[in-house]
Write a protein that binds this ligand. Structure first.
Ligand SMILES: [Mg+2]
Length: 424
């Protein structure tokens, strides 16, 4: 899985974010001396969490009192040295100008941020600006960063551009940023999959819900799932589904046991739509190979999905039958292989090698037992994974913070015990 290697930063305003602003008449001012500098509670811890997540931390601060002659630059720099002793800051950037100077660095101008980004090799679009005044947020917006406004309730206007988040404290700001990162990481990991995700199911409502998700590239059904879903008429169900899902592959299985009848059913099923794959089991219940039928149908243009394959010998014979035919799938039941205590990955890798000379044949990692199998399939270049809704739901957990997940688990145990009214 590839992730961006460009550095990301959090640009932090100083007064009112890292240290307390001195508030007079409802408006914030910088402390006058190092001895008046008081760190914000949560700032050192918050910055350590951001650094641990790999962010470059840059302080960007307006100090116009220097231009006004009310402050010495040395005093400002001494404050920065004090801050640097207490929290991990990579770079301090100060603008010492006043409004009349017409500089490009005084916020809301983005100059401080742009210069720091250029020097430190930071990608602005995946970086954040945290500040307590409208100037900070507007500078962040102008630089193309995401913005977090710590609203301290000053007697002045707020940002004219809505910040991406409005929070109460630096700790809240850090929490929000780290939450965005989790989502981004998960989205990268899932959208970066080369393996196509298919949904295995037979319930119309959940199939339609999955159809609305662009991650789901196709569908498979099987008689066992249809029976569970209480489907009475096979063809009526299939046609109903195909009317709603006309443009992604869907497999429907033949259910006869003799090859003549299987062939008749296969042709009929294929006639239901151009996106239909006809699922044919690798043998019938008498252990007789279906390869003759598979060859015939796939060479007549019927899209075939050969199913219930568990051994490499079966893969070899099926690939021989499908070679030179139309588009087809080879479904290896990796999950069932795993159920026997065998690692399916080496077999799946060997199957991929057998398929390599035949680009029209795709390998399906069928019956995965856990979400991890999707990433295992991806890592060997397997074309398709077909998973039940229960497994697909777990995509929402990808990249989840494990400490957070632990806490949810503890809460679940606690609540279930409470609901059961257990006493000891
Ligand atoms: Mg400030």
């Amino acid at each position: 899985m590839e992730f961006t290697t460009q550095r990301r930063a959090v640009f932090l305003d100083r007064d009112g974010v890292l240290n307390r602003a001195v508030v007079r008449g409802g408006r914030p001012y910088p402390p006058a001396t190092v001895s008046e500098l008081e760190l914000m509670p949560g700032a050192p811890e918050g910055l350590r969490r951001l650094r641990d997540r790999g962010f470059v931390l840059v302080v960007v601060t307006n100090q116009p009192d220097v231009a006004r002659g009310a402050q010495r630059r040395e005093e400002v720099e001494a404050m920065h040295a004090r801050i640097a002793e207490q929290m991990p800051v990579d770079s301090f950037r100060a603008c010492y100008h006043d409004d009349g100077d017409g500089c490009g660095c005084r916020k809301p101008q983005p100059g401080l941020i742009l210069a720091a980004a250029a020097e430190l090799g930071v990608d602005l679009a995946s970086s954040y600006v945290v500040g307590d005044r409208w100037r900070d947020i507007e500078a962040g917006y102008a630089a193309g960063c995401r913005t977090v406004w710590i609203n301290a309730g000053y007697a002045e206007r707020g940002p004219s551009r809505a910040p991406d988040a409005t929070v109460g404290t630096i700790t809240d700001a850090v929490d929000w940023i780290l939450e965005q990162e989790k989502g981004g990481l998960a989205a990268n990991k899932v959208s970066g999959l080369r393996t196509k995700l298919f949904a295995d199911g037979a319930e119309k409502a959940s199939m339609l819900e999955l159809y609305a998700n662009p991650l789901i590239k196709g569908f498979t059904t099987n008689p066992t799932l249809m029976r569970k879903a209480g489907i009475a008429s096979y063809e009526a169900f299939a046609r109903d589904i195909l009317a709603a899902i006309p443009d992604r592959p869907i497999s429907f299985e033949v259910f006869a046991d003799d090859f003549g009848e299987m062939e008749r059913q296969g042709r009929r099923i294929a006639g239901w739509g151009g996106n239909v794959y006809v699922k044919i089991p690798v043998t019938n219940t008498r252990r007789e190979s279906a390869c003759g039928l598979i060859r015939r149908l796939s060479h007549e243009g019927v899209k075939v999905n050969v199913t219930a394959i568990l051994s490499l010998g079966q893969v070899r014979r099926v690939v021989e039958a499908l070679a030179g035919g139309g588009p087809s799938n080879v479904s290896v039941f990796a999950g069932r292989i795993a159920d026997t205590g065998r690692d399916p990955a080496p077999l799946m890798r060997a199957a991929m090698e057998m398929l390599a000379p035949h680009p029209q044949i795709e390998l399906i990692w069928a019956s995965p037992r856990e979400l991890l199998n999707v990433f295992q399939a991806d890592s060997i270049g397997c074309h398709i994974v077909t998973a039940t809704t229960d497994i697909l739901k777990k995509l929402a957990l990808v990249g989840k913070d494990l400490d957070e997940y632990s806490l949810e688990t503890v809460r679940m145990f606690h609540e279930d015990a409470a609901k059961s009214g257990f006493t000891l």
